[in-house]
Design a protein around this ligand. Structure first.
Ligand SMILES: [Zn+2]
Length: 312
């Protein structure tokens, strides 16, 4: 029986699995709905079924899975997963290993997306690379000296660097971290506050509970000044964070991904302008700040690239 390596991208909506065909390439993707409300056992049953379907008649020699949420990558324990009901301290690595009879590597989904951008996207060829993804939350990954830097385990959480003690709280309860200002959630919250304060914006025509980052983006692209300001605030916070990371780590490339980059220059203009507020001129001159290249494929490519890296 042939042996294959399988990458899995677990999201709140879909499970995607594919067999690796090279260092960062994969065969056809098998996709099934995530039973997100049914608890960890049901979700991991679905993951195992999806992986087996992707493998077909072959034996699975190793599996890597990206999971959205804070986790312990060394022990494969997921501390929490905001889009998956009942996920608290779930030993996902052991549970999947028992189901599939193969070694399993568990990583944060943004970590694997960053690994994908380094192997096959915006960071190809760089020895020092930082990935930042700004969507519902803000995540990322750090590559140093040609290796994923994990520190004592979960390093690379660029979304939870400080932007100022007076800034809003993030989804993890940190006072004034980047995610509290520069995520889709933060932009939607700020939009609701602007509407509640009586600011003149077309967002006031939307039921407050229905305001999301997409609605703010559409308003901003249509010229709404309040919406444009909210993206500028998020962009500036990202730029200042990137400036600090440039000073700290000396990256050659910083790639920004996630849904917020659909706002284009409304985000990137203020982002680029804010980098020199913090960054030293010389390391900043050695660093390119670019849009991420892989879009929503990054999670799948990253899981495949990581399974090859780990078990290949
Ligand atoms: Zn935080």
């Amino acid at each position: 029986m042939s042996r294959v390596l399988v990458g899995v991208d677990l999201g709140g909506t879909n499970v995607r699995a594919a067999v690796a065909t090279g260092p960062a390439t994969h065969a056809a993707v098998v996709r099934h709905p995530t039973p997100a409300q049914d608890g960890p056992d049901a979700v991991l049953d679905a993951v195992a079924a999806c992986a087996r379907e992707a493998a077909g008649d072959a034996e699975i020699g190793g599996l890597a899975i990206g999971i959205p949420g804070p986790l312990d990558p060394r022990r494969g324990i997921v501390h929490a997963a905001p889009h998956l009901a009942g996920w608290r301290e779930v030993p996902a690595g052991d549970m999947l290993g028992a189901r599939l009879g193969c070694p399993v590597s568990v990583r944060n989904d943004a970590t694997l997306a960053g690994f994908a951008e380094w192997k096959a996207g915006a960071g190809v060829g760089a020895s020092h690379f930082i990935f930042v993804t700004a969507s519902t939350g803000v995540g990322g990954a750090v590559i140093l000296d040609g290796r994923l830097h994990e520190g004592t385990g979960s390093a690379g959480e660029v979304g939870h660097t400080p932007v100022g003690a007076d800034a809003p709280t993030c989804s993890q309860g940190h006072n004034g971290c980047l995610e509290g200002t520069a995520s889709g959630t933060a932009i939607a919250d700020a939009a609701r506050r602007a509407v509640a304060a009586g600011e003149k914006t077309r967002l006031a025509d939307i039921t407050p509970a229905d305001i999301d980052a997409k609605a703010v983006e559409e308003a901003a692209l249509a010229g709404d000044e309040v919406a444009k300001r909210l993206f500028a605030v998020a962009g500036r916070a990202l730029g200042r964070a990137v400036g600090g990371l440039i000073n700290l780590l000396g990256p050659e490339v910083v790639a920004i991904g996630g849904g917020l980059i659909n706002a284009g220059d409304l985000l990137f203009g203020p982002l680029r302008a804010a980098v020199p507020e913090i960054a030293f001129e010389v390391p900043a001159s050695h660093c390119r700040i670019v849009e991420a290249a892989l879009g929503t494929d990054a999670g799948m490519v990253g899981a495949v690239a990581w399974v090859v890296h780990t078990f290949g």
